[in-house]
Design a protein around this ligand. Structure first.
Ligand code: NAG
Ligand code: NAG
Ligand code: NAG
Ligand code: NAG
Length: 356
């Protein structure tokens, strides 16, 4: 098991900004049905950076855009009000929604996708007014949408994926929002992630095993054995070879896709489950977050040995590296003292240049 070894050169991301934002994550009054879920407060993916200056996050009943440059926020979507989808044609599952409590979200390439505690799915283009598509994916009790993702399939077409507590994964076209596919599993799916080439799908949830499936057909091709508890989060290294899985057993395991017979390494946090894992787009760092207080940044080039531990105070609503890897944002959820922490990447060569 690899514990974080603090190394003087491992201070990679330094804190440069704290924006105080009340109610990051969920602070809306839960409806009766979602009380139980909200109490568990499975905060994980309520923050996305689309550039080092642009962050999208959930605040109360709104999706907000924060400009870290202007230090200003702007409401992008209010989900307390009724939401009327603009696309509506026969055969489309679209449906009006209101008072949605957002459970998870993803923002990629101008498309914002959010999931709700009662099985809702909302898709909005950031450059267009209104909501393109929204619906209730399932009417099952306890139907929470656990995971939403936007990705490109092997031929480059954009897709939206949603995973729900009804043990199903649903795939939609990201332009027409036509329902394309549905894969069923034996347990609640809490997280999925598609490999960078769009071919493989990691499926994680209420099982000690994680699955690798064909992203097109949903056919399971391998089962990853090693974790001791249920899994929450996953991320692919941009080279497509390594998959990281975050688990309730307080570890993150790394798997080499060429040999899945056992995990390559086990990364250990401080005390909590590993709720979020993300690689930087250059593959150099792996960030992992616990439910509260700790974020760890591992240097992949040191074989995941050197690591920076970020110690903060509060529940973590999400972590996100900017696509250029220059910034790391951490959302701290709190009704009153919520905040968005901004870290900047330190360049050691520049530092060395300056003392030479
Ligand atoms: C949260 O949103 C609801 C609905 O818009 C509003 O009534 C309430 O005052 C908001 N709470 C806070 C703390 O902003
Ligand atoms: C896969 O890894 C296991 C454990 O490290 C090893 O015993 C096995 O020989 C490897 N298989 C191949 C095909 O390399
Ligand atoms: C799965 O977890 C990872 C890491 O927290 C996150 O980046 C990703 O968006 C999640 N996938 C879905 C489909 O929510
Ligand atoms: C490991 C884990 O978090 N499992 C959760 C998956 O999601 C459902 C619904 O959100 C929870 O009930 C599980 O506890």
């Amino acid at each position: 098991m690899l514990f974080c070894i603090l190394h003087s050169r491992a201070l990679v991301y330094t804190l440069i900004n704290i924006l105080s934002i009340a109610c990051v994550g969920l602070c809306s009054k839960p409806t009766l049905e979602s009380v139980e879920m909200s109490q568990k407060r499975l905060l994980r993916n309520l923050l996305w950076a689309t550039s080092k200056h642009d962050v999208y996050l959930m605040q109360n009943y709104s999706v907000m855009h924060w400009s870290s440059l202007l230090r200003k926020g702007k409401e992008v979507l209010n989900v307390a009000k009724p939401i009327v989808p603009s696309l509506n044609r026969p055969g489309l599952l679209s449906q009006q929604l209101s008072r949605v409590q957002i459970s998870t979200m993803a923002v990629k390439e101008n498309l914002m996708v959010a999931g709700g505690f009662q099985g809702e799915l909302i898709c909005k283009y950031l450059d267009k007014p209104g909501v393109a598509f929204c619906t209730k994916l399932t009417t099952d009790d306890n139907a929470i949408t656990n995971a939403v993702d936007v990705y490109r399939n092997p031929s480059g077409a954009m897709r939206v994926m949603a995973a729900n507590n009804d043990a199903q994964i649903r795939i939609f076209d990201a332009e027409t929002f036509a329902s394309l596919n549905r894969f069923s599993f034996d347990w609640s799916v809490n997280n999925t992630s598609v490999s960078p080439d769009g071919k493989l799908l990691a499926v994680l949830g209420d099982s000690v095993e994680c699955l690798i499936a064909d992203a097109q057909s949903g056919k399971v091709t391998s089962s990853l054995k090693g974790h001791l508890d249920y899994s929450f989060s996953s991320a692919w290294h941009p080279d497509g070879r390594i998959l990281a899985t975050g688990n309730q057993d307080t570890t993150c395991r790394l798997w080499d896709i060429r040999n899945l017979s056992e995990s390559l390494a086990v990364l250990k946090g401080r005390m909590g489950a590993i709720r979020a894992v993300k690689f930087t787009s250059d593959g150099r760092f792996l960030g992992m977050a616990e439910p509260a207080d700790f974020v760890h940044v591992f240097d992949t080039e040191s074989g995941y040995v050197n690591c920076q531990e970020i110690d903060l105070f509060g529940e973590i609503a999400g972590i996100s590296f900017s696509p250029d890897t220059e910034a790391l944002f951490v959302g701290v959820a709190d009704r009153t003292y919520g905040s968005l922490l901004e870290f900047n990447r330190k360049r050691y060569h520049q530092y060395l240049d300056s003392i030479l």
